[in-house]
Design a protein. Structure first.
Length: 106
């Protein structure tokens, strides 16, 4: 299948791949590369989040001092990379309306 997700992505990331490719008709190679980068970052962010849940946001170093868990940095950086790649895809996140101007708020 032409738009199939990369094998190295998690099951959840593959679901997101299919959903985004279908919904936004991402067909070009550059779009696929950006989406792959976003979802690899998504997987890395989730792996770091699991480590934080297991070990806590703060860990004790070899001198007994409290330090931020390095996984917190990985989570933050991966989230930023994911959002940057999604932004670079230039997805239209606002639904189309049949009239100009701001929505009525109803």
């Amino acid at each position: 299948m032409k738009n199939s997700p990369p094998d190295e992505l998690s099951k959840e990331a593959k679901t997101w791949w299919r959903r985004l490719v279908d919904e936004y008709a991402i067909e070009d190679q550059a779009g696929h590369l950006l989406l792959q980068m976003a979802l690899q970052s998504f997987d890395r962010m989730n792996e770091a989040r699991e480590l934080i849940a297991k070990h806590g946001a703060v860990v004790t170093d070899r001198w007994g001092q409290l330090r931020a868990n390095p996984a917190c940095t990985v989570e933050r950086d991966s989230r930023a990379a994911m959002l940057a790649a999604l932004k670079a895809l230039n997805l239209d996140l606002e639904p189309l309306r049949d009239q100009p101007g701001r929505p009525s708020g109803r």
